[in-house]
Design a protein around this ligand. Structure first.
Ligand code: CP3
Length: 354
């Protein structure tokens, strides 16, 4: 068993004391890095990159070579699950993800494949174990999945959507079918995350990117409920350490109190809420991850440092803060600005941990 050389990320997720605030960035391995673009070109396309464990490992490590990050995140995508369930994922240039066979009716839901983690999603598990080995205890490795609701939006819409007309049509017209789909996807997410944990993921995060598109009542019934089901069935310990769970519903900060009751250890925040206010609302029940607007990284170093200082001050003294962006880093950001952010978090957070 390798011991972790830097475990402040895991400690902060569990509300334990740390020396400085840990930081990582959503989409830290991505197109804003020239070395990522080079490896992606070598792979041919994004999906081949995800499906080649050696190359997925390479791009996972790239941001750690440049920046003093406190965690690595598996390089993959949330849409690997619907792909393995038989929908046929592809990426068309400039259009984002698409499915060849989207879900159109109840029969399609009944016909979904139940993927075998070691076969259909074996390439993800191989990447997890290879990255874990390569990291050799440098920082913890985050595994992840989409939430059932967020995955269902892509599965029913057939790709990205602005108004969610098809998936919301199904939700309102045929809630029974919607629940059947969400339940099948949730079972798959449980197996998927548990397999990532057994292959070396030391923390997991559930991306509920489209939870905020729901009404309050529907969020609880169609999104949070399934995340709770997943949380209740995840392996909570690995190699003698607790495996913390983070849930992130983008646009969902009005439901913080409910999220804090979900069993998750940490709640991810987008940039629209003041993190100090969020902390008052959840108390010590959960840790908080966030929440700088990724667009701040378009500004000069002074402005980035000012924003970091503001967020650290708003959270205040004490435990339970993982610094992050409120959503993924944009592809046109200068990597030097990401370094300014990461160094500023470490430098400016010391006084909050004495
Ligand atoms: O954070 C990381 O560094 C880990 C890697 C990661 C990716 N996707 C790589 C990726 C993670 C955690 C994801 C999750 C993901 N994928 C989400 C949830 C988080 C979020 O961003 O809200 C969603 C909704 C997806 C689905 C998805 N994948 C979309 C909509 C797109 C297209 C986006 C675009 O900007 O074109 C992707 C592709 C994708 N996933 C890229 C990366 C680095 C860009 C692909 C490329 O190289 O062209």
């Amino acid at each position: 068993m390798t011991t972790l050389k830097n475990d402040r990320f895991l400690k902060a997720l569990l509300g334990e004391p740390v020396d400085i605030t840990p930081v990582w960035m959503m989409r830290q391995a991505g197109r804003y890095l020239p070395e990522y673009r080079a490896t992606r070109a070598k792979a041919g396309n994004f999906l081949k990159l995800c499906k080649t464990p050696e190359l997925a490992t390479e791009v996972t490590i790239q941001p750690l070579e440049r920046f003093d990050l406190d965690a690595a995140i598996l390089f993959s995508d949330i849409l690997t699950i619907p792909d393995a369930m038989g929908l046929g994922l592809y990426f068309s240039e400039g259009e984002g993800p698409r499915f060849e066979r989207p879900i159109q009716n109840e029969a399609d839901i009944k016909n979904l494949i139940v993927p075998a983690m070691d076969k259909d999603l074996g390439y993800v598990m191989d990447a997890v174990s290879m990255i874990h080995r390569e990291l050799d205890g440098r920082v913890p490795l985050i595994g992840f999945s989409g939430s059932p609701w967020t995955l269902a939006t892509y599965m029913v819409e057939g790709g990205s959507s602005k108004d969610f007309s098809k998936v919301k049509g199904m939700l309102y017209e045929n809630p029974k079918a919607m629940h059947m789909l969400l339940d099948k996807v949730a079972d798959c997410v449980i197996d998927y995350l548990n397999a990532q944990i057994s292959n070396g993921a030391q923390a997991v995060m559930i991306f509920d990117t489209w939870g905020g598109a729901l009404t309050t009542r529907d969020y609880k019934e169609f999104s949070l409920h399934y995340m709770e089901k997943i949380i209740s069935r995840l392996t909570r310990e690995n190699a003698g350490r607790k495996v913390p769970i983070t849930i992130f519903s983008k646009g969902g900060c009005q439901w913080l109190e409910a999220q804090a009751q979900s069993g998750a250890d940490c709640i991810g925040l987008d940039w629209t809420i003041d993190i100090g206010l969020a902390r008052k609302r959840v108390g010590d029940k959960v840790a908080l991850q966030g929440n700088m607007d990724p667009s701040v990284l378009y500004a000069a170093a002074d402005r980035i440092r000012e924003e970091v200082a503001f967020i650290l001050d708003s959270f205040g003294k004490g435990n339970g803060h993982v610094f992050n962006l409120g959503h993924g880093i944009h592809q046109h950001v200068n990597p030097d600005n990401a370094k300014v952010l990461i160094d500023a978090v470490h430098e400016l957070s010391k006084p909050y941990h004495t």
